[in-house]
Design a protein around this ligand. Structure first.
Ligand code: UFG
Length: 333
């Protein structure tokens, strides 16, 4: 397969105005790719799209989607647009199956109609449910414990079937705990009702939340709190660019974990957040949150070996610092 130069490749990015998508659009733009974002702006923001054009549209609207494909003629699609709140998915599963699964089928149909053969999918560590072993390899059983994780497993299965049936190859990237923001604080996570630990800790430091609650201190971990593998969003974005290069060079369909391969406990994150912000914010210990596995840590051997991915920001302090700069800026916007 002839190698394509980045400037001759257009990537259509769904959800490119959202948190992770916007960092990937930035990474693609910086690497010289042409980018078009397709986003309904339900949770994304037009100002977050730093490179290329933005088409405001919904994945439910296949006519609009076809117009975007017709206009940009992408060689590759990256699919981020999805709902991501686990508790909401438990309360309203059909919302998740509709947007995350059915709309992915819409996107695949249009992609195949326009002869797109390379597809990169935002998956999640939630596909593993409560893992039997740590670190978690990509071959671990897929046993999601909530509709959010299930909606992503279904798409992974659909992708595998498409790769069997059509001239089509995909990479599915299973994200562990994504955090941090752009080094210049131009883009970052915006959530009106944040559930993520780092964001909640920083909003507590800013006084926007009264106190940070630690959900459970009786887990079978060294300090009794849950352990997670936190990955800086720009390192994750770089993994997408490498996955794209891999597919454009003829690589076969593949699934990769995205994490650093080591974890931090909730208490360790809280301590680091206090250190980075310089604020000794109030913390209380509470009961367990339903559905939280004690530890989620990625086995990252495959992505390092096969995509030659070398993280640059494997440092919890840097993750929190970039998130902090972003939170301060966002809160005064
Ligand atoms: N936590 C607290 N207090 C808070 C918020 C979180 O103690 O105020 C704890 C959680 O209980 C958990 C850890 O901090 O132990 C991390 O929680 P997050 O909500 O930040 O992230 P999760 O690990 O729950 O979620 C991540 C992704 C999901 C994905 C899931 C896989 O964000 O998309 O991993 O289980 F589904």
């Amino acid at each position: 397969m002839a190698l394509l130069s980045p400037g001759s490749v257009t990537v259509l990015v769904t959800g490119g105005a959202g948190y992770i998508g916007s960092h990937v659009v930035k990474a693609l733009g910086e690497a010289g790719y042409r980018v078009a974002t397709y986003d309904n702006l339900s949770t994304g923001h037009d100002w977050a799209v730093l490179y290329g054009d933005l088409v405001v549209g919904d994945l439910e609207d296949k006519g609009r989607l076809r117009e975007a494909f017709h206009l940009y003629r992408p060689q590759a699609v990256m699919h981020f647009a999805a709902h991501i709140m686990v508790p909401e998915s438990v309360k309203n599963p059909l919302k998740y199956y509709r947007n995350n699964t059915v709309n992915a089928v819409n996107l695949l149909e249009v992609s195949l109609d326009f002869e797109v053969e390379t597809f990169i999918f935002s998956s999640t560590a939630a596909v593993y449910g409560i893992p039997r072993e740590i670190p978690i390899g990509e071959g671990a059983p897929l046993e999601p414990i909530n509709p959010y994780g299930q909606s992503k497993v279904l798409v992974e299965r659909i992708l595998a079937d498409c790769a069997q049936a059509y001239p089509f190859r995909y990479v599915s990237l299973r994200y562990f705990n994504v955090g941090g923001a752009d080094s210049q604080a131009r883009i970052g996570q915006v959530s009106p009702e944040p559930t993520h630990l780092i964001t909640r800790a920083l909003k507590t430091a800013l006084g926007q939340i009264d106190r940070l609650e630690i959900y459970g201190t009786d887990y079978p971990t060294p300090d009794g709190t849950c352990i997670r593998d936190y990955i800086q969003v720009d390192d994750l974005a770089r993994a997408h660019v490498l996955a794209l290069k891999y597919l454009l060079a003829g690589g076969q369909s593949r699934v990769f974990n995205c994490g650093y391969g080591h974890g931090y406990s909730v208490r360790e994150v809280v301590e680091k957040a206090k250190e980075v912000t310089g604020v000794d914010f109030p913390v209380v210990e509470g009961g367990r949150r339903e559905g939280d596995p004690p530890a989620l840590v990625a086995d990252t051997g495959r992505i390092r070996r096969e995509l030659d991915w070398h993280p640059q920001w494997d440092d919890l302090g840097y993750i929190i610092k970039t998130a902090w700069e972003w939170e301060k800026r966002w809160s005064t916007r």
